[in-house]
Design a protein around this ligand. Sequence first.
Ligand code: ZN
Length: 354
Amino acid sequence: MKERGLAVITDSAPEPELQEPYGAILTPVAMAPCTSDVNTVYGTGSKKPDDLILGHECVARVVRVGKKVRDFAPGDLVAVPAITPDWRNPEIQEGNDRHAGRPFSGNALGRSIPGVFAEYFAVEDADTTLAKVPEGVSLQDALMCVDMVTTGFTGAEAAEIRFGDTVVVMGIGPVGLMAVQGAALLGAARILAVGTRPVCVKLAKEFGATEILDYKKGDLAKQVLEKTGGTGADAVIICGGNDEAMHQAIEMVRYGIGRVVNVKHYPGEGDIGIPKFSGGRGMAGKTVKLELCRGGRVRMERILRMVQYGRICPGKMITHQLSGFDRIADGLELMRQKPADLVKVMVTPDWRQV
Ligand SMILES: [Zn+2]
């Protein structure tokens, strides 16, 4: 691969340094290329250094730990959250974890610090970041927790779903599928999932969608309003679609108490508009939230417990498995091309037993 950012998956990558006293060095056991890695390589993400090691989705083994690390030791199998806030930043005390200090500070791995697609990588603070993979939780399930589950669930949580709600999930790629799952777990009665790819439609139904909407069959907002007797949805979670998604979501959500949550990445420049009329000329009582997924150890431990006790089975989303570190580029290419049968790819390194 010649693309920017991938050349360092070679012997030339520098050994990561253990950051004393709280850090850890880890080695990946299972990795997943992500659409945001595709965005980085193919130019629609924010500008990154040319030699950046990509990757923010992995399950790993701890290799070394700093002197003051309390709860982790070499050999531990851990889920590494994609979002790794600096819990020592004072803004944490104001509840600002993901953007403490500067925008997207919590989105560090493979963005502002070297990522996980390397034989070894470092985290700055093991005790506040890592989560042990509980006994009986599969690699596939654990791997999907680190970004897909926490991102989809962030959407569902921020939508403040209540028992009996009607929820629209726009986009049923892996994040949208987990938003469907999260909405179902939080008590949504009716979940209208927007998507067309058969492999995703099937999973959306398994995860809790009660109806599937096809954006190719006419205006989405109209479809939702028709299906809700003109009232609209209680909540809309935007996980996919184009730059029209925000406009459509505001059109289809209820006046007075409707919530729109966006967890989707909008590439390029420009605006994502608020419609004047269905926005109540600025007074519709509709809430819009723009959210980055939640990270950190406690978050990840909670999500892993959902797997451990049988509430979720996100590993089902892994449709492709590749073996060999040199297959990461192939995995990334699969995520870019999205063949009909693909939802997520897992890559396992071949230099050790997993
Ligand atoms: Zn990701």
